[in-house]
Ligand binder design. Structure first.
Ligand code: 3BY
Ligand code: FES
Ligand code: FE
Length: 418
């Protein structure tokens, strides 16, 4: 189907605007390899949160394609990132997803690295051996108010700093660094990573598929076509819009930036954010829309802060509530499999069983993730059929899907031009 770079070029050039992609983008191993090269080894990838490694010596590993990355909290309490590859004969250094160490020791021949990546011990290497140039290879790392992004490229896209500067005031009040991970789920979706992202960037499918998520989310935020709404729908949509405006004004007066920023396809480091009111006079993403955790985040005095959403190209979305945070990291495994890693964060001071119950905290998004996994798998199966052809996105509800795909196609075109 797809054998040469030329055919990838013609696929990229032949992309039909406003439509889903040609099948090989979802099914081909060659396109998957190109995606890793052009996107996942080059751009800023969301991999975790500072509370993954709360104390000096804490280590977390995460795989981006074939690259295993170490996240380490060093003795100065700084988080650092390295390639998880020993500089002796290349063994993977740390196997576990989480561990705590004094030094990073390779169990093959005991080469030992400090938490700052320096090689501090290499037995039997002789007098002429210069350990100083055999430290662990560093990986670019940015902490956006506690959200950890890495970039595997030598020269990372520079505009991430602008993203960070604009997003920090939105995220800071939720105090990610003051949280702990109450729960993490790893879900393998049987579909291409771009189907996972496409599915995430619209709520066209929400009413029919997400009975739990549609409890806290306002259906009138889903973007119906005005011509298909009856008088009652229109009135509700207008009421929702008015609530959105007044909520933004109220939250901003409390020092909580809330208004939409949409740079999804206008920047190399594409992102979008907005704080939206929740339904049912709601406080959180729970089945009764009440806070799931009794200890609020940051210095919030009310739980009714709506939901701040934050999306990044190519691999994350996040929801910041008054009482908890949910982060999602999309990590491609192969053309037809994608890991969706979800973390639920609550205040460090909250006590499980007293201030929150894990079941209640994770109920809405556990159900939603499972439903989304099924939808993604359905699309992967469809993309493999000879009958598949790119289908049209709704101009009312799938604009952000189009922005994701446009961003992806532009990045692939940039890569091929080099
Ligand atoms: O989580 C999100 O941002 C989107 C919007 C709602 C459905 N979806 C998973
Ligand atoms: Fe790590 Fe030899 S490969 S010490
Ligand atoms: Fe969904």
């Amino acid at each position: 189907m797809l054998n040469t770079l030329n055919s990838l070029e013609s696929l990229v050039r032949g992309r039909k605007p406003g439509h889903s992609l040609d099948a090989p983008f979802y099914t081909s191993a060659d396109v998957f390899d190109a995606d890793m090269e052009a996107i996942f080894y080059r751009h800023w990838i969301f991999v975790g949160v500072e509370p993954d490694v709360p104390e000096p010596g804490d280590v977390a590993t995460v795989d981006i394609g074939k690259a295993s990355i170490l996240l380490v909290r060093d003795d100065d309490e700084e988080v650092r990132a390295f390639f998880n590859v020993c500089r002796h004969r290349g063994a993977r250094l740390i196997d576990e997803e989480k561990t705590t160490v004094g030094n990073l020791v390779c169990r093959y021949h005991s080469w030992t690295y400090g938490l700052d990546g320096r090689l501090v011990h290499a037995p039997h290497m002789g007098v002429g051996f210069d350990a100083s140039c055999k430290g662990l290879k560093p990986v670019h790392l940015r902490s956006l108010e506690g959200l950890l992004f890495v970039c595997l490229a030598d020269e990372p896209p520079e505009d991430f700093d602008q993203l960070a500067a604009r997003m920090a005031p939105y995220i800071a009040p939720h105090n990610v660094r003051g949280t702990k991970i109450a729960y993490q789920s790893d879900l393998i979706e049987m579909g291409n990573w771009k189907l996972t992202l496409e599915n995430n960037r619209e709520c066209y499918h929400c009413e029919a598929n997400h009975p739990e998520l549609t409890v806290p989310l306002f259906a009138y935020g889903f973007g119906f076509a005005p011509e298909e709404m009856d008088a009652l729908d229109l009135e509700n949509a207008q009421r929702y819009d008015a609530l959105r405006q007044t909520s933004h004004a109220e939250w901003e007066s409390m020092g909580l930036p809330s208004r939409e920023i949409d740079e999804l396809d206008t920047r190399v480091s594409g992102f979008r954010t907005e704080r939206l009111p929740l339904d049912g006079d709601g406080e959180s993403h729970t089945m009764d829309t009440r806070a799931a955790c009794r200890v609020p985040l940051g210095r919030f005095s009310t739980a009714k802060l709506g939901g701040l959403s934050f999306w990044t190209q190519p691999n994350s979305w996040h929801h910041f509530l008054g009482d908890h945070i949910v982060t999602f990291s999309v990590l491609p495994l192969d053309a037809g499999r994608t890991l969706v890693r979800t973390k639920w964060l609550v205040s460090k001071d909250a006590v499980e069983g007293v201030d929150y119950e894990v079941d209640r905290l994770i109920e809405v998004w556990t159900a939603t993730n499972a439903q989304d996994a099924t939808l993604v798998e359905m699309c992967q199966q469809g993309a493999m059929s000879p009958a598949y052809e790119p289908g049209p996105y709704s101009p009312n509800t799938e604009m952000l899907v189009e922005k994701f795909i446009r961003w992806y196609i532009d990045r692939m075109a940039d890569h091929l031009a080099k």
